[in-house]
Design a protein. Structure first.
Length: 229
């Protein structure tokens, strides 16, 4: 039985839209395993590592991180503005300037965020140097928020994430933005737009920092952890 009361009626679609987190338009459409791969029908695989699949997608963020370059930056400001150089959004540029100005050498939001991220890596017993950068960026986002991590932690696997089983009830707008950006990076489909990410009324500075840093990780890997101011 559907959990929507109006399922199958003319009001069914409206009721479904009302169940989404406010301010975001709807997008198209386990435990941490340390010794094997859990794959099921409902599991969302980390598909961006498959270049031929990613090339067929239209995600703005997907196109942003698709091109891979040799890492030769030593400044957080330089790598950030190089990554987003083709995007002319005034709001986005203003937020990137502020983010770079306040960079303190730490990509993680706090020590709890850092501890969660590396705890999963240790449990999986796979060196971060050997991990797909899209996977690391997705994990970076899912571990950034307390409630989001509570919803996600039982659905994280060695090479994939089961997004459909993550129950987001009680999550706030910023946590939802982190979730949708994680899906966008992992799946290569547009679940959130850069214009939404740049909007201060939707996404605060902490969530914005996590999202931008996750995009940098997906493009350049964990070498970005060693950047100077």
């Amino acid at each position: 039985m559907s959990k929507l009361y109006m399922y199958g009626t003319e009001l069914g679609e409206l009721e479904q839209l009302m169940s989404f987190v406010p301010n975001f338009m709807p997008r198209t459409s386990g435990m941490i395993v340390v010794h094997g791969i859990n794959r099921g029908k409902e599991e969302s695989k980390c598909q961006p590592c498959l270049d031929e699949e990613r090339s067929s997608q239209i995600s703005e963020i997907g196109n942003l991180i698709k091109a891979r370059y040799r890492f030769d930056f030593d400044s957080y400001k330089d790598i950030t503005f190089t990554c987003f150089k083709n995007h002319r959004s005034i709001r986005l540029n203003e937020r990137l300037i502020n983010l770079a100005r306040n960079y303190d050498g730490e990509l993680f939001l706090n020590e709890i965020h850092r501890s969660r991220f590396y705890s999963v890596c240790r449990l999986q017993d796979v060196s971060t140097k050997d991990r797909n950068t899209f996977y690391l960026a997705t994990l970076f986002l899912l571990t950034a928020d307390d409630k989001l991590w509570s919803a996600a932690k039982d659905h994280v696997y060695l090479d994939s994430f089961d997004f459909k089983k993550m129950q987001l009830s009680g999550i706030n707008t910023e946590g939802y933005a982190l979730y949708q950006t994680a899906r966008t990076i992992c799946m290569g489909r547009e679940y959130i737009k850069l214009d939404e990410i740049a909007d201060k009324t939707l996404i605060g500075d902490r969530a914005f920092k996590a999202i931008i840093n996750a995009i940098l990780i997906s493009k350049y890997g964990l070498l970005v952890l060693n950047l100077n101011d």
